[in-house]
Each structure stands twice: as structure tokens, then as C-alpha cells.
Write a protein that binds this ligand. Structure first.
Ligand SMILES: Cc1cc2nc3c(=O)[nH]c(=O)nc-3n(C[C@H](O)[C@H](O)[C@H](O)COP(=O)(O)OP(=O)(O)OC[C@H]3O[C@@H](n4cnc5c(N)ncnc54)[C@H](O)[C@@H]3O)c2cc1C
Length: 526
């Protein structure tokens, strides 16, 4: 078989870790990301800072003010499209430190925000606007496993990769997202979607309890259904919405399966309608052991999606996923989908271990990238859409295809199958995560590093117009709250549906003065 398919997994990984890796485009120029370095720090004699310094002087952890040498490093969050300049970043060591920061925020009337992994798409963990106090939880990195109870208490400042690693060493896994450098605190409380989600649900569905420090400094060591059922509801799907400082989370664990299989299939882009028909029709009927993703790029954006096969050239796109089990079962269960979707070459199936699958999927083949994750900021913008059954129509797919092939900035499209899985089995009213009816989550990631500012502005304007029309015409009303988008209209209901009003009441109970706030946090009144 004469085929030239470039390493498929380098493409797959784009979606999971490309945000943190240099792409050919951003190697050409990094001016957008360099912008933040030109910041001129505020004078340390600034009276506002002096008062603040006095107030924060009892803190045991490290404090980085605007005039510190490490300030730039400390505000280097994942997305450098928007730069935000907090007054100080406080690397708290204990709950007393957290209480001190909260106390100063209340006394001096300064907004307080929490940062775990710093991967908010809108940099809300730096406040989303200048002049706030950031409680950074990176020192909250303990992981305590109870193998009998099959649970783990995980410090909220951990990144997902090291948690997977520690659990794997003990024979367990937890349901979370795929990118290793994302923080546990932000991701798992705002949903947390990953490739074992169809079997075990969102990360937020697997939160059994949490420790939370409230806006008045009160420590709630156990927030669960029996102690604070309202707050417990909120932190499972809207925990990144400003209810308090979540310092640790108790997760349900699962045993690692003896074998795992990952697979991929390549398609001719001109066959996209048939392939998506198969995805819409067969996807929701797959066993919960499968994850399934579909992804495409603009035509011939780079060599990765060019394929020469039996003398002809194709632009390709991909289906890929995982199966909790061995290759034979994986092949059998996927037959219907593959028969209907007709890949251009024989699909690849690879039976391996849970850990190797993680390394492949999440870390581009490098286990160290999972164990010690790092990231380089990139400039990007993401739009998300929940697509309800029966799936995206032919016109919708055409609109999407035409858009990514007409806009100047590169857009990566990814569909993640939700239909038929555990996420949809859970009652919508049980947690603050209400997206329980969808067939797929669609994500558009526009890459902006390397373009000049005029082009970026044009691309963003085009994306905004496209996304609004597209959502009106072709998808459900809803978007994913972990993919925050500050220009999303009626985000309150698109993220939280009719839970929003309930969340406002809970916020009013636990943070009536709105100490923890940013553009898209839950307000105490509405
Ligand atoms: C490269 C990349 C890959 C991603 N992959 C996935 C994925 O596979 N699945 C998925 O579901 N999502 C994914 N996301 C989205 C991600 O889940 C969200 O951006 C999430 O909010 C990031 O969490 P964080 O702790 O890293 O971010 P932060 O920026 O630290 O926090 C995000 C928000 O949560 C709040 N917050 C953070 N920690 C706490 C806490 N301990 N207590 C209270 N509030 C807190 C912050 O104030 C902020 O508003 C990805 C994002 C990126 C950039």
C-alpha cells in the first residue's frame, strides 16, 4: 500500500497540547507573546502598594509584586492574547495565608481571584482585568490515595498530568481532561472532559467532596452533599465561577484496565458529509468504552493534512479515539462506524496500556511531558458549541468548512463525541454542569501567534460574526463553561442554562460582596 500519511498523532496532539507547543506558524514570529514583556512595572512606592504590602506582611508564602523581577514569569498564563496585570500574585503556603489574602481583599476593597493551572482561555485566573490579588495554589500539590475507598484527595494546585502519573503508579485513573499542564482546580470544577468521559463522566461528576475557603475567611473542610449541598452542587460544573477558594478535591478513582487500544482513521475531505453522517448516526451507539473525536484543518494549511495515496493527492481529515479494552473488541465495536465512514486507508489500531495511551494522546509521546508538564504561552481564541442530536447538518458542516477555508488565521476544528455516554446518563439537575443532551462538543481554536495585529483583529472579528450566526442556525444554544469566551452573548444561560439563577442565589449566600469576581464569574445578584 503506497500511502504517505504523516505521523497522525502529531496532528492529534495539536488539540490536546498544541496550545503549549510551538507550531510552524508561531515560530515565524512571537510578537503577540512578546508584548507582555514590555510592561513597565508600577513604582514600589505607589501608596496603594504600600498599604497592600503592609496588609500582606503576615503571609508565609512568596508574594510577587509588579516591580519584582519574577513578575513577568508569574503572570505568564497559557493564553497571551490578553495580558492582565494583577497587583500581586501570592503563592500561598497554607489556609492561613489564604485567609490573610482574603482579609486584605475585603479590607482594601480589592478583587481576589484564584489560580490553579493558569489555563483559563480568557486569563480569568489573573482577574480578567488589571489590579487584582491572585491566590496561586501551586503549593497545594499533595495527592493522597485511599486504595480501599478508591478515592484520592488532590490538592487543587496540581496539574492534571502529575495526578494521572501518581494515580497510575497506584493502579488507578481518574476522569479528567487530556492536557497535562491544565490545573485540577479550574478544569475539574468547570466540567472536565476527557477521553474516558464517555465511560466515567465529566471530572466534575466524580467530585465527592472539596475543601473550600469562603470570602469571609471561613474554612469549610468538607463540602459535600451532606454538609453544604448547595455549594457542592455549584462546585461541580461552576466551581470556577467564583464561589470560594477550592483548596483540595476528593475524587472517585477507577481501576486501570488491563489493556487499552487507541485508533485512528484518515478520510478524504471531499467525503466529509458521509463521514459526519456516520459520526452522527453510529457515534452515539458506540459502547461507553470508546472515545471518538473528529478533526479537520483548513485545506492544505500544512503538509500534515496532505496525503498521496495510490498516485492521487488528497486533503485528509481524521477520526481518532480510544477504547478501554483490547484491539479485537475495539475493532469489532467500531466496524459499523468504519463501514459507513469509509476511510481512505486501513485504520490503525494499537493495543497498549493506559499509561502509553495517555502519553500518546496527551504528551505527544513523551512521558516526561505528562509527569513534569510545562507550557509556552500562545495567542489563541476558542469558540465552543454543544451540538445536539441528530448532529450537525450538511449545511452546518459546509458553513464551518467554508469559514475555516476563508478566514486568514488558522482554525482547528474538533468534535468530541458525548452522545450515548455517561455524561448524558446523569440527570441535568444533579450538578451545575447541565449539558446532558448533546451529541458532541464542537471546539474551534483560532491560532493567532505570528500574525500582525491588524490581521488578528480582522480574524477575531470574522470569528465572532461567524460563531454567532453558526450557533443561531446550526448548533444548540449552549457553550462549554471551561472554554470561557468573554464576548459570548448571554453566557449566563449558554454555560449554565436554567441553573444560572440557582447559582446566583448560592453565590449570594457564600460571597455576598462579590469578592471573587471577573467578567464571567457568577454574580450575587442578577
Ligand atoms: C491547553 C489546554 C488544554 C485543555 N484541555 C482541556 C480538556 O481536555 N478538557 C477540558 O474539559 N478542558 C480543557 N481545557 C480548558 C480548561 O479546562 C479550562 O481552561 C480550565 O478552567 C483551566 O483550569 P486551570 O486551573 O488550568 O486554569 P486557571 O486559569 O487557573 O483557572 C480557571 C478559572 O477557574 C478558577 N479557579 C481555578 N482554580 C480554582 C480553585 N482552586 N478554586 C476556585 N476557583 C478556581 C480561576 O479563578 C479561573 O476563573 C484546556 C485548556 C487549555 C489551555
Amino acid at each position: 500500500m503506497k500511502a504517505r500519511l504523516l505521523i497522525i498523532f502529531s496532528i492529534f496532539s495539536i488539540f490536546f497540547i498544541s496550545f503549549i507547543q510551538a507550531s510552524p506558524i508561531n515560530q515565524r514570529s512571537t510578537d503577540v507573546c512578546v508584548k507582555c514583556k514590555s510592561y513597565v512595572p508600577t513604582s514600589p512606592l505607589d501608596s496603594e502598594t504600600a498599604e497592600l504590602r503592609e496588609c500582606l506582611s503576615y503571609i508565609n508564602g512568596t508574594i510577587v509584586y509588579r516591580n519584582n523581577d519574577t513578575y513577568y514569569e508569574s503572570i505568564k498564563d497559557c493564553n497571551c492574547r490578553i495580558m492582565i496585570y494583577p497587583l500581586a500574585i501570592i503563592y500561598v503556603n497554607n489556609t492561613k495565608d489564604i485567609q490573610e489574602v482574603i482579609n486584605c481583599g475585603n479590607l482594601l476593597n480589592i478583587t481576589v481571584v484564584v489560580r490553579s493551572g493558569g489555563h483559563s482561555f480568557e486569563n480569568y485566573s489573573l482577574g480578567g482585568k488589571d489590579g487584582v490579588l491572585v491566590i496561586d495554589l501551586k503549593n497545594y500539590n499533595k495527592i493522597t490515595i485511599d486504595p480501599i475507598a478508591q478515592t484520592a484527595v488532590v490538592g487543587a494546585g496540581n496539574r492534571v498530568g502529575p495526578v494521572y502519573y501518581t494515580l497510575n503508579e497506584a493502579g488507578f485513573l481518574f476522569a479528567a481532561g487530556s492536557c497535562p499542564s491544565v490545573g485540577v482546580g479550574g478544569q475539574t470544577t468547570g466540567g472536565g472532559s476527557g477521553f474516558i468521559g464517555p465511560k466515567y463522566g465529566m471530572a466534575s461528576d466524580n467530585i465527592l467532596a472539596a475543601e473550600v475557603v469562603l470570602a469571609n475567611g471561613t474554612i469549610l473542610p468538607v463540602v459535600d452533599n451532606s454538609t453544604h449541598s448547595d455549594l457542592y452542587f455549584a462546585i461541580r460544573g461552576a466551581g470556577n465561577g467564583g464561589f470560594g477558594v477550592i483548596t483540595s478535591i476528593t475524587f472517585q478513582l477507577y481501576y486501570i484496565p488491563p489493556t487499552m487500544t487507541w485508533f485512528n482513521a484518515s478520510y478524504n475531505i471531499s467525503e466529509r458529509q458521509n463521514v459526519f453522517d456516520a459520526f452522527n448516526e453510529c457515534g452515539p451507539k458506540l459502547a461507553e468504552n470508546y472515545s471518538l473525536y473528529m478533526t479537520f484543518l483548513p485545506n492544505s494549511i500544512e503538509e500534515d493534512n496532505l496525503c498521496e495515496y495510490e498516485g492521487s493527492n488528497y486533503t485528509v481529515f481524521w477520526a481518532f479515539g480510544t477504547f478501554l479494552g483490547g484491539e479485537i473488541d475495539a475493532r469489532n465495536g467500531l466496524k459499523n462506524f468504519l463501514n459507513h465512514s469509509a476511510p481512505i486507508i486501513e485504520p490503525t489500531f494499537n493495543e497498549t496500556t493506559w499509561w502509553e495511551t495517555l502519553v500518546r494522546f496527551s504528551a505527544d509521546g513523551y512521558s516526561d511531558a505528562l509527569i513534569n508538564p510545562t507550557f509556552d504561552p500562545e495567542a489563541f481564541k476558542v469558540k465552543s458549541f454543544f451540538v445536539d442530536p441528530p448532529g450537525l447538518s450538511h449545511e452546518g458542516l459546509d458553513a464551518l468548512y467554508n469559514f475555516i477555508n476563508s478566514v486568514e488565521c488558522k482554525v482547528v476544528v474538533m468534535f468530541e463525541l458525548y452522545g450515548g455516554g455517561k455524561v448524558n446518563d446523569i440527570k441535568p439537575g444533579l450538578t451545575a454542569f447541565m449539558h446532558r443532551h448533546s451529541l458532541a462538543l464542537l471546539q474551534l481554536e483560532m491560532k493567532l501567534s505570528g500574525y500582525d495585529q491588524d490581521t488578528i483583529d480582522e480574524c477575531l472579528a470574522e470569528l465572532k460574526v461567524f460563531a454567532e450566526e453558526f450557533q443561531d442556525k446550526y448548533t444548540s444554544y449552549y457553550s462549554y463553561q471551561n472554554y470561557m469566551d468573554r464576548e459570548l452573548k448571554d453566557w449566563q444561560h449558554r454555560y449554565y442554562g436554567n441553573h444560572f439563577e440557582k447559582l446566583v442565589k448560592i453565590k449570594a449566600r457564600y460571597d455576598p460582596n462579590n469578592l471573587f469576581n471577573w467578567d464571567q464569574s457568577i454574580p450575587p445578584s442578577y
